[in-house]
Structures are given as structure tokens and as C-alpha cells.
Design a protein around this ligand. Structure first.
Ligand code: HEC
Length: 208
């Protein structure tokens, strides 16, 4: 191979690599890598179909061993308000700051797409999470198919389409709070109960 042939080869490689980089940058600049956009219909369909295949057939057929009654539903509701509502919202709409800005978004779980999943599929998704999405895996892996908590969550997801205003209100009191929200509530309570705030502040040594 003569030096001129080698030079041409290198030039070709540089052109291909450079062209590839330019294309990627162009795509990123025009479409972006933003998580704000919603996936296209084709992408959403492909990922859902793939996810359905990824749930083993025996997992899909699992029956919920926990019977629906006020106590088990309440358990699921409390767990949901505490761990799931940050992304999925108390009513399951997914309309929260995090839920709407993930890619893919947290879906509206009251809709057919979610409600038509089997109990086993819901259980499997909660226990295993969904790779490459914001959905984490929950519970202790050793509990296998008998994680009582997760099954109460499945019951609660089934209840989402009928969730009442009173229940939503109750849930808002069960949502996790930041330390500053807790502090704010404490101060409000103290103020309402007529305690002297300034005295308390000086004893715990914190400046506002
Ligand atoms: C950090 C955000 C986040 C949290 C917290 C979270 N999820 Fe999710 N979840 C998601 C996202 C995003 C998806 C959509 C994944 C996808 O498109 O495949 C999802 C999907 C799901 C699905 C599948 C619904 C469907 O139709 O695709 C179920 C069921 C689910 N989550 C249950 C739960 C439960 C129960 C909890 C609490 C124990 C929880 N999630 C907590 C982000 C979250």
C-alpha cells in the first residue's frame, strides 16, 4: 500500500466519523435529548409491546391473593400516597412535577392502557420496575410472588378510576413532606395554639 492510498483511506475514515458526529449533533440540536417531549406514538407502541413480552407468561397469570376490602385498600392507599404519588399523583393521573417531566411520562393509570394489564403484570412491573424509565423496582426481592404490600398496591391501582374526593383529601395528608414543610406546619400549629414562637426559636438556637 503506497503512502497516497493510505492518506486517502485515512481521509475517508475521517469523513465518515466526522459526518456521523455532525449528523448526531444535528439531530440533537433539532430534536434534542430533552425529557420534556412525549415519546412518538411509534416509540410508545414499540416500548409497550416490548414490555409486555418482557413479563414472563407465568407472572402475567398470577392471581391477587389479597382480597379487596376496606382494610386492604386502605393499606394500599397509604403505601401509594407515601411511595408512588411523587410521580403518579394521588389520583394516578401522573400529573406531578416529576411525573410529567420524565421520559417516558408517568402514564394516567386510570386509563384503559393500565387497567387492561393483568393483576400479575401490574405486580411484576411494581416488583421489577421498568428499565430505562423512571419506574423503580419496589419491595424485597426475596418475597417472590407473595409480597403482601405490593398486592395491596395492585388492589389500589384497580380502585383508582373510582377514587373519591374524600379519599384524595385523606391521601394529601399522607404524602411525604420535606423538613421545611414539617417545620412550617409545626410553626402554624404553635401559632394557632397560642404558644410563644420567639421563645421557642431562641431555645433551639436556630436563626430564621
Ligand atoms: C420516580 C418516579 C416513579 C415512582 C416513585 C413510581 N413510579 Fe411507577 N412509573 C413511573 C414511570 C415513568 C412509568 C412509565 C414506565 C413506562 O412507560 O414503561 C411508571 C409505570 C408504572 C406502572 C405501569 C403502568 C403502565 O400502564 O405502564 C405501574 C403499575 C407503576 N408504575 C406502579 C407504581 C407503584 C405502585 C409505585 C409505588 C410503589 C410507583 N409506580 C412509583 C415512575 C414512577
Amino acid at each position: 500500500m503506497g503512502p497516497s492510498v493510505m492518506k486517502k483511506g485515512l481521509l475517508l475514515i475521517a469523513l465518515v466519523v466526522g459526518g456521523g458526529c455532525a449528523l448526531f449533533l444535528y439531530a440533537a440540536a433539532t430534536r434534542g435529548l430533552s425529557a420534556r417531549e412525549a415519546p412518538s406514538a411509534a416509540e410508545a407502541y414499540a416500548t409497550r409491546t416490548f414490555r409486555r413480552w418482557a413479563v414472563p407468561a407465568n407472572a402475567r397469570l398470577l392471581r391477587n391473593p389479597v382480597p379487596p376490602n376496606p382494610e386492604t385498600l386502605r393499606h394500599g392507599m397509604e403505601h401509594w400516597a407515601d411511595h408512588c404519588a411523587t410521580c403518579h399523583a394521588n389520583d394516578g393521573s401522573g400529573k406531578t412535577t416529576i411525573g410529567t417531566n420524565l421520559y417516558p411520562k408517568a402514564p394516567d393509570m386510570r386509563e384503559k392502557e393500565t387497567q387492561s394489564l393483568t393483576d400479575g403484570e401490574l405486580y411484576y412491573i411494581i416488583r421489577n420496575g421498568v428499565r430505562m424509565t423512571g419506574m423503580p423496582a419496589w419491595g424485597n426481592p426475596e418475597d417472590g410472588e407473595n409480597d403482601h404490600e405490593t398486592w395491596t398496591l395492585v388492589l389500589f391501582i384497580r380502585h383508582l378510576p373510582q377514587l373519591g374526593e374524600e379519599e384524595k383529601h385523606l391521601m394529601s395528608t399522607l404524602n411525604p413532606k420535606t423538613p421545611s414543610e414539617i417545620e412550617e406546619e409545626r410553626q402554624e400549629e404553635e401559632f394557632l395554639s397560642g404558644k410563644d414562637l420567639s421563645k421557642h426559636k431562641s431555645t433551639n438556637g436556630r436563626k430564621q
